[in-house]
Design a binder for this molecule. Structure first.
Ligand SMILES: Nc1ncnc2c1ncn2[C@@H]1O[C@H](COP(=O)(O)OP(=O)(O)O)[C@@H](O)[C@H]1O
Ligand SMILES: [Mg+2]
Length: 369
């Protein structure tokens, strides 16, 4: 999958940009705060996922403007699909997302149509950082290949928040019937656990091989630390649901006392071990960064395999933070994917590969090569 054209109008500081990227390597250079990441954000819109910066959609509209418009043309299996994303300001926010001129109603419809992986400096902390980062990583990876999954995650979060607010506000807990909430939570929890397990198994296979290469022979094992699957070898969804429900009931008194839900998939995590030792406790910063790198690359590879299409790879400001071995490693692995790289020395990369360079200044893009 390759982007053949990008257009951004009043998108953050990009007033009127149109570029025609290289089908392999694109380097975006320029001083700080000129609009490099903004362009990646315009591309990321079309994944249908939340902003990787955690910002809101209305923040994308250029200050003082009434609307923002982003467009990309994507070549996939020798067909060009045209995507557009327009947001209007106003009392009622108006948004129109179209694929080949046809409006779509749900962002998740974009998941299957446009595939993209992003790598930011924050992702380098994926292995060592807090568990919610790893859960998000898993959930995003799974959603991209199974769009239905995101619905389950959203419903789970919503019900969990409601349940927690009941517990926290000390409603008359003794008389309140938790059954309706818990039945739903457990059904979703059982489904999500199994989806995560299946994904982690695939991740493990890719990561082990990648890590062996990047480290010169060390063994990496990745497994799911699951609230429920740690207690059973069953993979039958109904059985897991029943066990899940039983566990929820066992924790109910504690939940009431503490005022939040102590058991559930919202506490799952990944365990990463190098040569048998837990990397979070024993790994060096370099080892943990390599794990993060392998996890993200594995995500792209799983994606490619599942969809028969290579995703577009965005590397935002991450290159300068890596040593030359890891840089080469990335460039080799993602060789057949289209890449956009910001925040790096263009000449350094062009030693390994040919591609286009774009220079950005105050929101204006110029193709240099
Ligand atoms: N909605 C907006 N309207 C106008 N300018 C914006 C908006 N959002 C962000 N910016 C500007 O975009 C610039 C940052 O762009 P960014 O792409 O993050 O920079 P970098 O080139 O360092 O990656 C800042 O100058 C910021 O003020
Ligand atoms: Mg930036």
């Amino acid at each position: 999958m390759q982007i053949t054209r990008i257009k951004a109008e009043n998108f953050r500081n990009l007033e009127s940009v149109e570029i025609f990227p290289d089908k392999r390597l694109n380097i975006i250079t320029g001083k700080n705060a000129q609009g490099k990441t903004n362009l990646l954000e315009a591309i990321w819109l079309f994944t249908g996922c939340r902003s990787f910066r955690g910002s809101k959609e209305k923040d994308n509209i250029k200050l003082g403007c009434e609307f923002s418009n982003a467009e990309i043309d994507v070549n996939s299996q020798n067909r060009v699909n045209k995507f557009s994303y327009k947001v209007k300001k106003g009392a009622i926010k108006e948004k129109k997302v179209k694929i080949n001129g046809v409006e779509i109603t749900k962002n998740s419809q974009l998941f299957e149509r446009f595939m993209c992986i992003i790598f930011t400096p924050e992702d380098l902390e994926l292995s060592k950082g807090s568990p919610d980062k790893r859960r998000n990583f898993l959930d995003l990876g799974i959603s991209q290949i199974k769009p239905k999954y995101i619905g389950a995650i959203n419903r789970y979060s919503k019900i969990l928040a409601q349940r927690n607010s009941m517990l926290k506000n000390h409603y008359d807990n003794s008389s309140y019937d938790f059954e309706i909430w818990d039945t739903q939570l457990c059904k979703l929890g059982a489904y999500i656990s199994l989806m995560r397990l299946a994904y982690v198994k695939r991740l493990q296979i890719f990561c082990e091989e990648l890590y062996k290469k990047i480290s010169g022979g060390e063994s990496l094992k990745i497994s799911l630390n699951s609230c429920i699957l740690n207690n059973t070898s069953s993979t039958d969804e109904k059985e897991i649901y029943e066990l899940y429900y039983k566990k929820m009931q066992e924790h109910l008194e504690e939940d009431k006392r503490l005022g939040f839900t102590t058991f559930g998939i919202h506490r799952d995590d990944l365990i990463t071990k190098i040569n048998g030792l837990n990397s979070r406790d024993f790994g060096s910063q370099g080892q943990n960064r390599s794990i993060a790198l392998c996890m993200k690359i594995a995500q792209a590879l799983i994606f490619s395999k599942e969809c028969g299409e290579t995703p577009v790879v965005l590397l935002d400001d991450v290159f300068s933070e890596l040593d030359s071995t890891r840089r080469k490693f990335i460039l080799n692995i993602v060789e057949d994917m289209q890449i956009f790289i910001t925040g790096c020395d263009a000449n350094d990369i062009l030693k390994y590969k040919s591609g286009k360079i774009f220079y950005v200044e105050n929101g204006s893009y110029k193709a240099l090569k």
